[in-house]
Design a protein around this ligand. Structure first.
Ligand code: FAD
Length: 474
């Protein structure tokens, strides 16, 4: 007789493992299947985010920032260091330790919540049925009251620049270089390309980003994107817009990658020591659903879901990168919680309008809600309040005055429609905008809130005051 669970989750990334823990907390007998293995062949929880995404990239961003600061930024504070040296092996080992600790932490959470971790491949084989093929042993059919699909995503491959695992790599390969490339090409100047390009530039690479779009960070507020482009260019990132890659070849003898691209001025050739391809991700749904199961996927393999993440098959849900919406860890986790609670009979909803986005460069870029160009395009009447960090006492004390906070409010209702930050600790500051929008705050609400002095948060306060035309420190 096949084994039966209340819930089976396929995928233990931030969408799946959070869903599994919440189901278990709500009293459901839960299993979570994942096929991830580490370099020694051992099962790993945490998916892309913990193993090759959010966490290792932030570990390296942090280390490379420390390295860069040790170079000159500290001198402005009167701190002089002699003989800065890079120990890349130690830096990578620290990153691996951080990842290992966190993935083991999820194992502990599974144990504490009695979630069964099944190591191997999962496939939806019918309504309430999952075929589980363990890494070792025979496949078995499992039954479940409900199934949650959380297979995540994988990097998109460019036919003009196929991965070879050494010279041409995806984002995972770019987290593992064993020496700093002299000249590094990055195809794609999106979030991942910018973060990884920044890591290696800080460590000494000459970085060229080839971006097919004509405008920089099209999904950001245009004022913030313009500011970011200026700052990143000043830092030494060579950002080439409207650059469409036509082909590439690896010259193994010379240990170079040759990339050919086209822009408005013609065809160009560039030589790099390494090439990172970071042109987006696609749902990892190949083989996830048995052919005989009628479940709707779009042409890219995205699982079709309703507002509550239920698929076209009753009792089967899908969350995370493999369903519509931004490919972000926190979006997937919240979907996981919503689904678990809805299975348990609760009426949980999630607000997609208030999902924060962050680019962890230096300065960081963060935003929530609508951009100014989107409001203009929709003919929504709005007020804009901008406060530069150059006018913030705390930012001056930190010697970190790049960027600004920008708040957009509805001209008639004063409701906050968007908050955009470029500057120090933008990733933390944006939570204030998220909370304000979640509670449907007005510009006046933020303007009348007392903020501690001196803090970077005062820039949020001042930007809110500016939407009302009455900033104090500007
Ligand atoms: P995943 O994390 O991809 O996990 C899916 C899991 O499902 C995997 O473990 C996989 O092994 C398993 N799986 C898939 N199919 C099967 C199957 N058939 N059987 C068994 N197991 C299966 N997001 C942020 O919010 N913040 C960041 O700072 C950030 N930085 C990033 C940096 C990089 C370099 C990258 C690549 C991504 C980053 N992301 C970031 C995106 C983030 O990693 C993803 O949005 C997130 O991991 C998606 O979670 P998920 O649970 O949907 O899928």
């Amino acid at each position: 007789m096949s084994k039966k669970y209340d819930v089976i989750v396929i995928g233990a990334g931030p969408a799946g493992y959070v869903a599994a823990i919440r189901c278990a907390q709500l009293g459901m007998n839960t299993a979570c299947i994942d096929r991830w293995v580490d370099s020694e062949g051992k099962g790993r929880l945490g998916g892309t985010c913990l193993n090759v995404g959010c966490i290792p990239s932030k570990a390296l961003l942090e280390s490379s920032e420390q390295y860069e600061h040790a170079g000159h930024a500290l001198e402005q504070h009167g701190v002089r260091l002699k003989g800065r040296q890079l120990d890349l092996k130690a830096m990578m080992a620290r990153k691996d330790r951080v990842v290992a600790n966190l993935t083991q932490g999820i194992q502990g959470l599974f144990r504490a919540n009695s979630v069964d971790w099944l190591k191997g491949e999962g496939q939806l084989s019918g309504q309430g049925r999952v075929r589980f093929t363990p890494h070792e042993g025979e496949a078995e059919e499992l039954e479940a009251g409900h199934v949650i699909l959380a297979p995540g995503s994988v990097p998109v491959e460019l036919p003009s620049a196929p991965y070879d695992g050494t010279y041409v790599v995806d984002s995972s390969g770019a987290l593992e270089f064993d020496k700093v490339p002299g000249r590094l090409g990055v195809i794609g100047a999106g979030v991942i390309g910018l973060e990884l390009g920044s890591v290696w530039r800080r460590l000494g690479s000459e970085v060229v980003l080839l971006e097919a779009q004509e405008t920089f960070l099209t999904f950001c507020d245009e004022q913030i994107a313009g500011e970011a482009q200026k700052i990143f260019t000043r830092q030494g990132l060579d950002i080439r817009l409207g650059a469409r890659v036509k082909g590439s070849s690896v010259d193994r003898k010379k240990r170079k990658v040759v990339v050919e691209y086209e822009d408005g001025e013609g065809t160009h050739e560039e030589r790099f020591d390494r090439l990172i391809v970071a042109v987006g991700r696609r749902p990892a749904t190949d083989g996830l659903v048995a052919p005989e199961v009628e479940l709707t996927l779009d042409e890219r393999g995205m699982l079709h879901v309703d507002d509550y993440c239920e698929t076209t098959l009753p009792g089967v849900y899908a969350v995370g990168d493999a369903v519509r919406g931004p490919m972000l860890a926190h979006k997937g986790s919240e979907e996981g919680i919503m689904v678990a609670e809805r299975i348990a009979g609760q009426a949980t909803e999630m607000h997609y309008d208030t999902i924060p986005n962050v680019i962890y460069t230096l300065p960081e870029v963060a935003w929530v809600g609508r951009t100014e160009q989107a409001l203009r395009a929709a003919a929504t009447p709005y007020n804009r309040g901008v406060f530069p960090f150059a006018a913030s006492g705390r930012a001056r004390a930190m010697e970190d005055t790049t960027g600004m906070v920008k708040i957009l409010t509805h001209q008639e209702t004063d409701r906050i429609l968007g908050v955009h930050v470029i500057g120090p600790q933008a990733s933390e500051l944006i939570a204030q905008g998220v909370i304000a929008m979640e509670f449907e705050a007005s510009g006046e609400d933020l303007a009348r809130t007392v903020f501690a002095h001196p803090t970077l948060s005062e820039a949020v306060h001042e930007a809110a005051l500016a939407t009302l035309g009455r900033p104090i420190h500007m």
